[in-house]
Design a binder for this molecule. Sequence first.
Ligand code: AMP
Ligand code: MG
Length: 277
Amino acid sequence: MSDRHDHEQAIERWRVAPGDRVRLGDVATDATDGAPGDKHETEDACEELVERLAEWQGRLWAEQRQALLLVLQAMDAGGKDGTIRKVFTGVNPQGVAVSAFKAPSAEELAHDFLWRVHRRAPARGEIGVFNRSHYEDVLVVRVEELVPEAVWRPRYGAIRDFEASLGAAGTTVVKLFLHISKDEQAERFQARLDDPTKRWKFSTGDLAVRERWDDYRAAYEEAIAETSTERAPWYVVPADHKWYRNWVVLNVLLATLEGMDPQYPPEEPGLDDIVIR
Ligand code: AMP
Ligand code: MG
């Protein structure tokens, strides 16, 4: 259907090998490595990738045997919402299940931290998208000291086991960290403040989180190092340029779906002889 090599080549540089500890400060947030051209050329290329994604999603849905879970994590204004809007613009909504995870409710807090995410895991045939995820439980929860280390540290292992069990049940998991600079975040916050239709996205609490930028970065580095596996890899996606970010995310999805290789179910025998009158 397409050249698998192309998609793999586009993304391999951003994949975190199991056991690797990526220093996020060393990864350029404004990189555009491997892009097919400038902003406009890359956006044109993305239109074709969006169509390919729709084709693969059709196969995944028809096959009804496997699922794909895309986990999106980022600092505030990192582009999670925009990525979902742009990348999934061409797919059949019936086959995509997007879940956003906010601060847990009382009911959610009364359960183990994976309870609320497990029930949102995609069904066979679906692409599930997590806008934030179980990773918040080793990120914000750690940095804001919402639970002691003796509680959050064992969660790395719990997450690895959880994702491995999804994999064993036919759900391929990929995890993306949308990597923006602190300056880019400042610009995006300011743009939210300047636009009355975007102000709802801004909360003054975001500024307190911004002040702890380095603590969040350290928490991300450790979480990524602890949980990037062969079957459920992390990708660090340079995300200052939205057009490059979208192009990388599309390539991650396409390379992953090509690896899963969903097939249309076998047809009933004898269909060639049927003529509808
Ligand atoms: P937003 O994505 O901007 O709508 O914000 C959602 C907020 O919920 C963020 O501040 C997250 O850090 C917070 N959040 C998500 N999951 C958790 C969690 N498990 N514990 C505490 N806060 C969380
Ligand atoms: Mg927010």
